[in-house]
Structures are given as C-alpha cells and as structure tokens.
Write a protein that binds this ligand. Structure first.
Ligand code: SAH
Length: 231
C-alpha cells in the first residue's frame, strides 16, 4: 500500500517563507516578519496557485498583474515601518495612515494593516479592486479601505499620509503624492524604466525638500498613466 506523505499545511509553508526571508535574504525585521506570519497568502492568489502560494516568486493574479514575491513585500514593508520605533506600551501601530498605490491582490495591504492604524489602497483595475475588497472582508481585515482609481492623484480626502507605498514601476513620483505626505513621512516606490527599477525611499523634509535613499533592483509591473483620477 502506498502511503502518501501528509500535505504540508500552509502554516508550515508560511514559516519556511519567513525563515528564507530572514536567513537567505538577510532581512531581519521582527515586526514585519511577525506580521507576514499572520497573513494567509494562499487566500490572495488564484485557485490554481494555492499550492505554490508560498513560493519564492511573484505570481499572476490576472489582468496582466502580479502579487509580489514575498521578500519584496517584506522589504517594502520594512522600508515603510522599519524606522518607526516601537512604542513602550499599548498599541504597536504607530503610523496612523498609510496609502498604498496598486492594491492588486490585497496581500501587501493585509500585511501593512497589522502594523499601521489605517491602510488606504488604490487600484486602477476595478475587477482587482473588487476581488481584493471581497478577500479582505472575508478574512476580517477592518482597517483597510480599497478604492478604484488612479494613484497619480493620491487620495485627497484622506490626507495627510504618514507613508505612501507604490507597488507599480514608475519613472518619477507625481508631485501631488509628495504634497499628500506628512513632513517626515516616507514614500517607497520602485523607480525606473520598464525593464528594471531601483527600490527608492524618499523622506519629506521640513524645508520642503525630499531626501532619497536607493536600495536593490527590481522589476515591477508598470504604473498606468491616466488622464483623470477615476482611471
Ligand atoms: N500590492 C499588490 C501587487 C501589486 S501589482 C499585491 O500585494 O498583490 C501592481 C498593481 O498596481 C496592479 O494591480 C496594477 O493594476 C496597479 N496599478 C498600476 N497603475 C496604477 C495606477 N496608476 N493607480 C492605481 N493602481 C495602479
């Protein structure tokens, strides 16, 4: 009689994903990894990919878009929350409002929502926004607000943001997004042409200027340019 090995539970696959990020990619960010350990990535990928939801790669989510590789999510999240000191007691959610541009599957928003008070996320493809909203509701995430629209204009009704995260590739950041950022706030985005971008963290300084730090190279799906906020 053949005895099949037991299917690996998603919990242990998730632990393995975290181990890899910490040990192989050397990203030691306990709070980000702790958050990622709580998010069921298999719920954000297509049905056909449930078994490879924890693989070390980006996966298609339809409409030509992808859910980012786990390490990329960890790295970007760390660039947003890494510098924020843990409060001595009470809530660990020091950042009040973070804007994500490019909801995609909703996975990055779910990870962020465990680390900040409110996540506002914009998606230009209505079908993806609708699906992400449904997934996030089903899983019980209450502090994520999804809206269909182009990130180019940000979310003026909810300004100012402590941080802005762009998960699509663009050559330059629209000025309006810097206007919607608090002084001292950070904007993290993959900057560069279609073929390759450099992960960049901008910090809005008191004198109105912007400081810029550059990290690794990545390839993201492109940011879609639109003529109006509705996309
Ligand atoms: N953060 C996502 C992955 C995003 S992929 C996740 O966790 O799954 C990038 C997303 O940005 C795509 O869904 C794409 O449709 C969206 N996008 C591209 N240009 C945009 C724009 N101008 N405004 C809002 N969303 C945009």
């Amino acid at each position: 009689m053949d005895v099949k090995p037991p299917a690996r539970r998603s919990g242990s696959k998730r632990e393995e994903m975290i181990r890899k990020i910490r040990e192989e990619y050397k990203l030691d960010s306990p709070k980000v990894l702790k958050a990622m350990l709580q998010v069921r990535r298999e719920k954000f990928v297509s049905k056909a990919d449930v078994n490879i939801a924890y693989s070390d790669c980006a996966l298609s989510i339809g409409y030509g878009q992808t859910i980012s590789q786990p390490y990329t999510v960890a790295m970007m999240t760390d660039l947003v929350v890494g510098r924020v000191e843990e409060p001595k007691s009470g809530s660990n959610k020091k950042l009040e409002k973070v804007l994500e541009i490019g909801t995609g599957s909703g996975y990055q928003a779910a990870v962020l929502s465990l680390l900040v008070k409110e996540v506002y996320t914009l998606e230009i493809i209505p079908q993806l926004a609708g699906r992400a909203k449904k997934t996030l509701n089903k899983l019980g995430y209450k502090n994520i607000h999804v809206k269909v629209g182009s990130g180019k204009w940000g979310w003026p009704e909810k300004v100012p943001f402590d941080a802005i995260l762009i998960t699509a590739a663009l050559e330059g950041v629209p000025d309006e997004l810097f206007r919607q950022l608090k002084i001292g706030g950070v904007l993290v985005a993959p900057i560069g042409p279609r073929q390759s971008q450099i992960m960049t963290r901008f910090t809005k300084l008191e004198n109105g200027k912007v400081d810029k730090e550059e990290f690794q190279n990545y390839v993201f799906v492109p940011f879609v340019e639109t003529a109006n906020p509705e996309g």
